[in-house]
Design a binder for this molecule. Structure first.
Ligand code: FAD
Length: 320
């Protein structure tokens, strides 16, 4: 069976960043990626110093080109179905049945956003329907914006958007709003529409209006979702990693988890969910993984030298 130092599951910013650093440490690495990066539908990504506004596909291309410089790193398309074994001898099996043995595993598998099943929204997601104000609200400064959600999440998301625009309407899609929440929202000038939503309309990815099952339509140029997310895959849980109440993996020093030899970086781990953070976490994990492998390697080197010296005539002379 093929054996590598590190198997990285996921080839988004976290996984690729780790791969570059491990390549620079001369580690044998395989990156297995299903190609479903969270922001692949976004027009542009923001907030990554020196890359502000770059298209997600362009960033991936540049990252993959970086990796090509490191001959010990291999990128493979595929989906990991199962990981068994333990630190030192993990068996990483892909859906096509291929298995690779890895001394360490880095999960950089990301999360996926919950997008409500409403007509028109899928075509707009990532272009004028977003979930992260830090990433995308700047483009809507002073413009009419909707926030889709209910309960505490909906209320807090609507209040947060006020930092960019005063024209905010909370759309609860049939959910009632507690009197205290309504009072708090209206005190900040946020209108609330509780009717069921029939469809979102727009052209070329640009939201134009919200149509309700009953009641007059509403013009909006942008929409922010407060609908949550889920892990892209259950590998971390199956390996025994602990999840936080938010549903991501609890990580500790340098992206380590409570499972020896398993590291998690990027959106799938605790911490801000942003490209630059995912990339940084990938690097941190790589540094830690290399250090833990190097400790083992030093022990093996020492033992090998000892064996050699015991076999040599001088070594034998020293034997009692
Ligand atoms: C519409 C949108 C816009 C965004 N805009 C911004 C922005 O402007 N700025 C910003 O900083 N952030 C932005 N983000 C957030 C950003 O996308 C994430 O923070 C970032 O992608 C996290 O990187 P990652 O490597 O952790 O995960 P991802 O990029 O999601 O990559 C995870 C990879 O793992 C793969 N994978 C999962 N399971 C398996 C498996 N079992 N086997 C093999 N591969 C697997 C997936 O297919 C995927 O390719 C945006 C997100 C969205 C949805």
């Amino acid at each position: 069976m093929e054996r590598v130092d590190v198997a990285i599951v996921g080839g988004g910013p976290a996984g690729l960043s780790a791969a570059v650093m491990l390549g620079r440490c001369c580690r044998r690495v395989v990156v297995i990626d299903a190609g479903d990066q969270r922001n692949r539908k976004a027009l542009a990504l923001h907030g990554f110093l020196s890359r502000d506004g770059i298209g997600p596909a362009d960033l991936l291309r540049a990252a993959r080109a970086d990796i090509e410089q490191y001959p010990t790193v291999e990128l493979r398309a595929g989906r990991v179905a199962e990981i068994t074994g333990a630190r030192g001898t993990f068996k990483v099996r892909t859906e096509d049945g291929a298995t690779v043995e890895a001394r360490r595993v880095l999960l950089a598998t990301g999360v996926t956003d919950v997008v409500p099943k409403i007509a028109g929204i899928a075509e707009l997601f990532g272009r004028s329907v977003h979930h992260c104000p830090h990433c995308d609200a700047y483009e809507y400064a002073g413009k009419p914006v909707g926030v889709y959600g209910h309960g505490t999440a909906g209320r807090e998301a609507a209040l947060a958007i006020l930092a960019w625009t005063d024209d905010v309407v909370l759309l609860t899609d049939g959910h009632t709003v507690a009197a205290r929440d309504r009072e708090r929202l209206e005190a900040q000038g946020i209108a609330v529409r509780t009717e069921r939503i029939a469809r979102f309309t727009g052209r070329d990815g640009q939201l134009d209006r919200v149509e309700f099952a009953t009641g007059r339509p509403l013009r909006r140029t942008g929409l922010f979702l407060a609908t949550g997310q889920r892990e892209q895959c259950g590998l971390a849980e199956e390996l025994g990693c602990e999840l936080t109440p938010a549903g991501v993996v609890k990580t500790e020093d340098h992206q380590s988890t409570r499972v020896p030899g398993v590291y998690v970086a990027g959106d799938a781990s605790t911490g801000e969910q942003m490209v630059v953070v995912a990339a940084a976490e990938g690097t941190m994990a790589a540094v830690k993984i290399h250090a833990s492998l190097w400790e083992e390697d030093l022990r093996h080197r020492r033992a090998a030298r000892q064996r050699r010296s015991n076999r040599s005539p001088q070594g034998s002379a020293r034997q009692p």
